[in-house]
Write a protein that binds this ligand. Structure first.
Ligand SMILES: C[S@@+](CC[C@H](N)C(=O)[O-])C[C@H]1O[C@@H](n2cnc3c(N)ncnc32)[C@H](O)[C@@H]1O
Length: 281
Protein backbone atom coordinates (compact mmCIF):
# COMPACT_ATOMS: atom_id res chain seq x y z
CA UNK A 1 0.00 0.00 0.00
CA UNK A 2 1.38 3.39 -1.00
CA UNK A 3 0.57 6.14 1.49
CA UNK A 4 1.16 9.75 0.52
CA UNK A 5 3.21 11.63 3.17
CA UNK A 6 0.56 14.38 3.50
CA UNK A 7 -2.16 11.76 4.09
CA UNK A 8 -0.06 10.04 6.76
CA UNK A 9 0.70 13.35 8.52
CA UNK A 10 -2.81 14.80 8.37
CA UNK A 11 -4.45 11.54 9.42
CA UNK A 12 -2.18 11.33 12.44
CA UNK A 13 -2.81 15.01 13.28
CA UNK A 14 -6.57 14.51 13.08
CA UNK A 15 -6.47 11.50 15.39
CA UNK A 16 -4.08 13.16 17.84
CA UNK A 17 -6.06 16.42 18.00
CA UNK A 18 -9.32 14.56 18.66
CA UNK A 19 -7.64 12.19 21.15
CA UNK A 20 -8.93 9.28 19.06
CA UNK A 21 -5.74 7.26 19.35
CA UNK A 22 -6.17 6.56 23.04
CA UNK A 23 -8.90 5.58 25.51
CA UNK A 24 -10.31 8.61 27.37
CA UNK A 25 -8.50 8.99 30.71
CA UNK A 26 -10.62 9.80 33.77
CA UNK A 27 -11.24 13.49 34.54
CA UNK A 28 -11.19 15.25 37.95
CA UNK A 29 -14.69 15.01 39.40
CA UNK A 30 -15.37 18.75 39.34
CA UNK A 31 -14.52 19.15 35.62
CA UNK A 32 -18.09 19.46 34.35
CA UNK A 33 -20.02 20.50 37.47
CA UNK A 34 -21.44 24.01 37.62
CA UNK A 35 -24.93 23.98 39.11
CA UNK A 36 -26.57 22.18 42.02
CA UNK A 37 -27.39 23.28 45.54
CA UNK A 38 -24.74 25.11 47.63
CA UNK A 39 -24.40 22.00 49.86
CA UNK A 40 -23.77 19.74 46.87
CA UNK A 41 -21.22 22.20 45.49
CA UNK A 42 -19.49 22.42 48.87
CA UNK A 43 -19.22 18.62 49.10
CA UNK A 44 -17.91 18.48 45.55
CA UNK A 45 -15.40 21.22 46.30
CA UNK A 46 -14.25 19.36 49.41
CA UNK A 47 -13.90 16.05 47.55
CA UNK A 48 -12.07 17.60 44.63
CA UNK A 49 -9.65 19.40 46.97
CA UNK A 50 -9.05 16.37 49.15
CA UNK A 51 -5.63 15.86 47.57
CA UNK A 52 -4.50 19.27 48.84
CA UNK A 53 -5.94 18.58 52.26
CA UNK A 54 -4.18 15.20 52.46
CA UNK A 55 -0.93 16.56 51.05
CA UNK A 56 1.68 15.18 50.47
CA UNK A 57 -0.35 12.06 49.54
CA UNK A 58 -1.02 12.52 45.81
CA UNK A 59 -4.71 11.61 45.66
CA UNK A 60 -7.26 12.98 43.23
CA UNK A 61 -10.86 11.87 42.86
CA UNK A 62 -11.66 11.28 39.21
CA UNK A 63 -14.60 10.18 37.11
CA UNK A 64 -14.28 7.38 34.54
CA UNK A 65 -15.40 8.27 31.01
CA UNK A 66 -15.58 6.33 27.77
CA UNK A 67 -16.19 7.49 24.21
CA UNK A 68 -17.53 5.14 21.55
CA UNK A 69 -16.28 5.28 17.97
CA UNK A 70 -19.53 7.00 16.99
CA UNK A 71 -19.04 9.66 19.66
CA UNK A 72 -15.48 10.32 18.44
CA UNK A 73 -16.64 10.44 14.82
CA UNK A 74 -19.52 12.79 15.47
CA UNK A 75 -17.86 14.93 18.16
CA UNK A 76 -20.51 14.19 20.77
CA UNK A 77 -19.66 15.05 24.36
CA UNK A 78 -16.99 17.39 25.69
CA UNK A 79 -13.65 15.59 25.69
CA UNK A 80 -11.42 15.93 28.73
CA UNK A 81 -8.10 15.93 26.92
CA UNK A 82 -8.56 16.42 23.15
CA UNK A 83 -7.34 19.67 21.59
CA UNK A 84 -10.70 19.95 19.82
CA UNK A 85 -14.22 18.83 20.65
CA UNK A 86 -15.54 18.67 17.08
CA UNK A 87 -14.87 15.01 16.21
CA UNK A 88 -13.39 13.28 13.18
CA UNK A 89 -16.07 14.02 10.57
CA UNK A 90 -15.76 17.76 11.08
CA UNK A 91 -11.97 17.42 10.78
CA UNK A 92 -12.48 15.67 7.44
CA UNK A 93 -14.69 18.57 6.37
CA UNK A 94 -11.98 21.09 7.33
CA UNK A 95 -9.46 19.18 5.27
CA UNK A 96 -11.84 18.99 2.31
CA UNK A 97 -12.57 22.73 2.41
CA UNK A 98 -8.98 23.87 2.86
CA UNK A 99 -7.58 21.52 0.21
CA UNK A 100 -10.34 22.53 -2.22
CA UNK A 101 -9.60 26.25 -1.92
CA UNK A 102 -5.88 25.54 -2.35
CA UNK A 103 -6.53 23.35 -5.40
CA UNK A 104 -9.02 25.77 -6.97
CA UNK A 105 -6.91 28.85 -6.24
CA UNK A 106 -9.66 30.52 -4.19
CA UNK A 107 -8.00 33.54 -2.62
CA UNK A 108 -7.96 34.29 1.08
CA UNK A 109 -7.01 33.33 4.58
CA UNK A 110 -8.66 30.85 6.97
CA UNK A 111 -10.44 31.75 10.19
CA UNK A 112 -12.21 30.03 13.03
CA UNK A 113 -14.40 32.12 15.33
CA UNK A 114 -14.54 30.17 18.59
CA UNK A 115 -11.40 28.07 18.97
CA UNK A 116 -11.45 26.69 22.56
CA UNK A 117 -8.14 24.70 22.82
CA UNK A 118 -7.30 25.52 19.20
CA UNK A 119 -7.38 21.99 17.71
CA UNK A 120 -9.33 22.84 14.55
CA UNK A 121 -7.01 25.78 13.83
CA UNK A 122 -3.91 23.69 14.50
CA UNK A 123 -5.29 21.31 11.88
CA UNK A 124 -5.83 24.17 9.39
CA UNK A 125 -2.21 25.26 9.90
CA UNK A 126 -1.07 21.63 9.47
CA UNK A 127 -2.92 21.38 6.14
CA UNK A 128 -1.17 24.53 4.89
CA UNK A 129 2.14 23.06 6.05
CA UNK A 130 1.44 19.71 4.39
CA UNK A 131 0.92 21.47 1.05
CA UNK A 132 3.76 23.97 1.45
CA UNK A 133 1.33 26.94 1.42
CA UNK A 134 3.04 30.05 2.78
CA UNK A 135 0.78 32.84 1.49
CA UNK A 136 -2.26 32.16 3.68
CA UNK A 137 -2.75 32.79 7.37
CA UNK A 138 -4.88 31.04 9.97
CA UNK A 139 -6.81 33.49 12.19
CA UNK A 140 -8.08 32.49 15.63
CA UNK A 141 -10.86 34.69 17.03
CA UNK A 142 -11.83 34.07 20.64
CA UNK A 143 -12.26 35.85 23.95
CA UNK A 144 -9.95 33.19 25.40
CA UNK A 145 -12.17 33.52 28.48
CA UNK A 146 -15.28 31.62 27.43
CA UNK A 147 -18.61 32.71 26.01
CA UNK A 148 -20.22 36.09 26.69
CA UNK A 149 -23.26 36.62 28.91
CA UNK A 150 -26.28 36.79 26.64
CA UNK A 151 -27.16 40.24 25.34
CA UNK A 152 -30.91 39.78 25.01
CA UNK A 153 -31.43 43.39 23.93
CA UNK A 154 -29.30 42.98 20.82
CA UNK A 155 -30.04 39.29 20.36
CA UNK A 156 -33.40 38.18 21.88
CA UNK A 157 -32.74 34.59 20.73
CA UNK A 158 -29.91 34.37 23.29
CA UNK A 159 -32.16 35.17 26.28
CA UNK A 160 -31.41 32.74 29.12
CA UNK A 161 -28.38 31.22 27.37
CA UNK A 162 -26.09 29.59 29.96
CA UNK A 163 -22.94 28.87 27.94
CA UNK A 164 -21.04 31.58 29.85
CA UNK A 165 -21.18 29.65 33.15
CA UNK A 166 -19.02 26.82 31.82
CA UNK A 167 -15.47 27.24 33.07
CA UNK A 168 -14.60 24.26 30.89
CA UNK A 169 -15.02 26.49 27.81
CA UNK A 170 -12.53 29.08 29.12
CA UNK A 171 -9.10 28.44 27.60
CA UNK A 172 -6.40 31.12 27.67
CA UNK A 173 -4.48 32.33 24.62
CA UNK A 174 -1.26 31.16 26.28
CA UNK A 175 -2.64 27.62 26.49
CA UNK A 176 -3.68 27.65 22.82
CA UNK A 177 -0.28 29.03 21.77
CA UNK A 178 1.32 26.24 23.75
CA UNK A 179 -0.85 23.67 21.95
CA UNK A 180 0.32 25.05 18.57
CA UNK A 181 3.92 25.00 19.83
CA UNK A 182 3.70 21.36 20.89
CA UNK A 183 2.91 20.42 17.27
CA UNK A 184 5.67 22.72 15.92
CA UNK A 185 3.08 24.93 14.18
CA UNK A 186 3.24 28.30 15.94
CA UNK A 187 4.64 30.82 13.48
CA UNK A 188 3.75 34.08 11.72
CA UNK A 189 1.06 32.33 9.65
CA UNK A 190 -0.96 32.04 12.88
CA UNK A 191 -2.73 35.21 14.07
CA UNK A 192 -4.72 35.62 17.29
CA UNK A 193 -7.72 37.99 17.48
CA UNK A 194 -8.35 38.18 21.21
CA UNK A 195 -11.58 39.70 22.52
CA UNK A 196 -15.34 39.56 22.06
CA UNK A 197 -16.35 39.06 18.43
CA UNK A 198 -18.39 42.27 18.53
CA UNK A 199 -15.13 44.17 19.19
CA UNK A 200 -12.52 42.21 17.21
CA UNK A 201 -14.32 41.10 14.05
CA UNK A 202 -15.37 44.54 12.71
CA UNK A 203 -11.65 45.44 12.57
CA UNK A 204 -10.24 42.02 11.65
CA UNK A 205 -7.15 42.76 9.54
CA UNK A 206 -7.53 40.26 6.67
CA UNK A 207 -9.05 41.46 3.37
CA UNK A 208 -10.09 38.11 1.92
CA UNK A 209 -11.13 34.80 3.41
CA UNK A 210 -11.29 31.41 1.70
CA UNK A 211 -12.58 29.40 4.67
CA UNK A 212 -14.80 30.85 7.40
CA UNK A 213 -15.47 28.41 10.23
CA UNK A 214 -17.99 29.48 12.87
CA UNK A 215 -18.03 27.79 16.26
CA UNK A 216 -19.38 30.36 18.72
CA UNK A 217 -22.52 28.42 19.77
CA UNK A 218 -24.81 31.42 20.39
CA UNK A 219 -27.08 33.52 18.12
CA UNK A 220 -25.06 36.70 18.78
CA UNK A 221 -21.67 35.05 18.31
CA UNK A 222 -22.81 33.50 15.03
CA UNK A 223 -24.45 36.67 13.74
CA UNK A 224 -21.46 38.91 14.66
CA UNK A 225 -19.18 36.53 12.76
CA UNK A 226 -21.42 36.29 9.70
CA UNK A 227 -22.09 40.04 9.46
CA UNK A 228 -18.45 41.05 9.79
CA UNK A 229 -16.70 38.24 7.94
CA UNK A 230 -19.02 36.80 5.28
CA UNK A 231 -18.55 39.86 3.01
CA UNK A 232 -14.81 39.03 2.98
CA UNK A 233 -15.37 35.41 1.93
CA UNK A 234 -14.25 34.91 -1.68
CA UNK A 235 -16.62 33.41 -4.23
CA UNK A 236 -15.90 29.67 -4.15
CA UNK A 237 -14.88 29.90 -0.48
CA UNK A 238 -16.51 27.84 2.27
CA UNK A 239 -18.68 28.89 5.19
CA UNK A 240 -18.78 26.17 7.87
CA UNK A 241 -21.30 26.29 10.71
CA UNK A 242 -20.29 24.04 13.59
CA UNK A 243 -23.33 24.52 15.82
CA UNK A 244 -26.29 24.17 13.49
CA UNK A 245 -28.00 21.82 15.99
CA UNK A 246 -28.12 24.64 18.56
CA UNK A 247 -31.37 26.58 18.10
CA UNK A 248 -29.84 30.07 18.50
CA UNK A 249 -27.03 29.39 16.05
CA UNK A 250 -29.41 27.85 13.51
CA UNK A 251 -31.71 30.87 13.72
CA UNK A 252 -28.79 33.26 13.18
CA UNK A 253 -27.76 31.34 10.05
CA UNK A 254 -31.33 31.27 8.73
CA UNK A 255 -31.82 35.00 9.44
CA UNK A 256 -28.51 35.94 7.81
CA UNK A 257 -29.11 33.79 4.74
CA UNK A 258 -32.63 35.18 4.32
CA UNK A 259 -31.51 38.81 4.79
CA UNK A 260 -28.71 38.37 2.24
CA UNK A 261 -30.53 36.19 -0.28
CA UNK A 262 -28.06 33.32 0.14
CA UNK A 263 -29.45 30.23 -1.53
CA UNK A 264 -26.33 28.04 -1.78
CA UNK A 265 -27.16 24.51 -0.69
CA UNK A 266 -26.56 23.70 2.99
CA UNK A 267 -24.64 20.42 3.18
CA UNK A 268 -24.67 18.27 6.33
CA UNK A 269 -21.27 17.33 7.74
CA UNK A 270 -22.45 14.85 10.33
CA UNK A 271 -25.56 13.24 11.80
CA UNK A 272 -28.64 15.33 12.64
CA UNK A 273 -27.23 18.31 10.69
CA UNK A 274 -25.18 19.10 13.80
CA UNK A 275 -22.68 20.88 11.56
CA UNK A 276 -23.28 22.14 8.02
CA UNK A 277 -21.45 24.11 5.35
CA UNK A 278 -22.04 25.84 2.06
CA UNK A 279 -19.86 27.11 -0.77
CA UNK A 280 -20.25 30.80 -1.64
CA UNK A 281 -21.70 31.33 -5.11
C1 LIG B 1 -17.55 25.32 21.45
S1 LIG B 1 -16.11 26.23 21.76
C2 LIG B 1 -15.21 26.05 20.21
C3 LIG B 1 -14.71 24.64 19.93
C4 LIG B 1 -13.53 24.58 18.98
N1 LIG B 1 -13.84 25.11 17.69
C5 LIG B 1 -12.96 23.18 18.84
O1 LIG B 1 -12.43 22.85 17.75
O2 LIG B 1 -12.99 22.43 19.81
C6 LIG B 1 -16.70 27.89 21.65
C7 LIG B 1 -15.61 28.95 21.76
O3 LIG B 1 -16.17 30.18 21.30
C8 LIG B 1 -15.71 31.26 22.08
N2 LIG B 1 -16.73 32.32 21.93
C9 LIG B 1 -18.07 32.15 21.77
N3 LIG B 1 -18.69 33.32 21.59
C10 LIG B 1 -17.73 34.28 21.61
C11 LIG B 1 -17.76 35.69 21.44
N4 LIG B 1 -18.90 36.36 21.23
N5 LIG B 1 -16.59 36.36 21.48
C12 LIG B 1 -15.42 35.70 21.70
N6 LIG B 1 -15.33 34.35 21.87
C13 LIG B 1 -16.47 33.64 21.82
C14 LIG B 1 -15.54 30.66 23.47
O4 LIG B 1 -14.59 31.36 24.22
C15 LIG B 1 -15.09 29.23 23.16
O5 LIG B 1 -13.68 29.12 23.13
Amino acid sequence: MKIKPEDAYLDLMKKALTFSLWPEPPVPIDTFKYGGSPIKRLILWFLSHISRILRPTPIQLVKQRTFTKEQRDEGWGWPGYAHSMIGLKRFDNIRYCVETVIRDGIEGDLIETGVWRGGACIFMRAILAAHGVENRKVYLADSFEGLPRPNAERFPADKGDTHHIHNFLKVSQAEVENNFRSFGLLDDQVVFLKGWFSDTLPKAPMTKLAVLRLDGDMYGSTMDALKNLYPKLSKGGFCIIDDYHIAGCKKAVEDFRAENGIRAELIAINKNDAAVYWRKE
